[in-house]
Every structure is written in C-alpha cells, then in structure tokens.
Ligand binder design. Sequence first.
Ligand SMILES: [Zn+2]
Length: 176
Amino acid sequence: MQVQARKTLRAFYWSPKRVNEKRTAELWDSNIKDKIASTEREFVSAAASDTKKVLPILCIGNQGTCVGSPIKGYARRGGKWLLRRHGRYTTVAWTNEHRTSQTCVFCFEQVIRPTSDKGKVCNGTSLCINPQCLAFKQGRAAQGRDKEAAMAIALAGMSAMLNGKVIAPFNPHMDF
Ligand SMILES: [Zn+2]
C-alpha cells in the first residue's frame, strides 16, 4: 500500500510549486528575523545615547529558549535564533534569570502580584510592599513586571561581567 502511494505522495510533496513556496518562505523568514533583531539593537542604541551610536551589550535570559511551548495562552518566542542573529553584530551575554521577575530592583525584596477587589490577580504587575523601599516611598511601588524583570536581568548580567559573580539576590547558589 505504502509503495503504491509513494509516487503520488512524492509528486505532491516535491512538486516544483511546493518546493518554490517552501524556499521563498525560508528566505522571507530569515529576512524578517534579521529585521527584528536589527530593530531591537537600534532601539537599545538609541535609548542608550542620543548623540552617538553605541554598541549595546545584550543580556538575554537563558530560560526563554523554550521552543514552541505555549504558557497560559501566550506563545513564547522560542529557540536561539535571536541570540545568534544579535551575536553577529554585538556582544550577547547569557544571563541567569533566577528570581529576576520576583525581586524589586530598588530594595531586592520579594515583590507580590497585586489582587483586585474581585480577587483577580494581576500577573503583569510587580508590587513592592517593603515600606523602606525607595520606590515605595516615591509612590512607585507598582511597576510593570517585564520592565522590572528586564532591569533585574541587566543588573545580574552587569554584575557577572564586572565582578565575575552575580550579585546575591539573583544568584541561585546564594541564599538571600
Ligand atoms: Zn522595593
């Protein structure tokens, strides 16, 4: 049965039209990924300096490479393609994401996810409840979770590059 169907299947899967379409999709895919990486680098350079072009060092978390795993309905960008593409033009530092989304970057205490009156948890927000915290005193105890985590990853990456050791709040081998 399989031998009989072989010719038909091959004719379908390797038809010139299908092969062409596949090749075009591959080329476009590569082009678009290059553009995404380039736009990201430009954004980081522009944010770092408005007078001259700077070469950013990108700290990319090592937990975000889970391929094709949807977490609570959000598709996670998987694979190492972004690292590799950035790596052609600038320095990419793999950074351990340990506790980066659970720690306040101002006082290094644990943050909580705020709950609404109806009991709904807001997962996109980090709330620091330490009354001694600088952010708390300035009325900025609530921060965007991703923004704060990005800052924490930058802190962890920078401390690892400068001291050769990640600072205690983000170090998985140290109790804090
Ligand atoms: Zn704090």
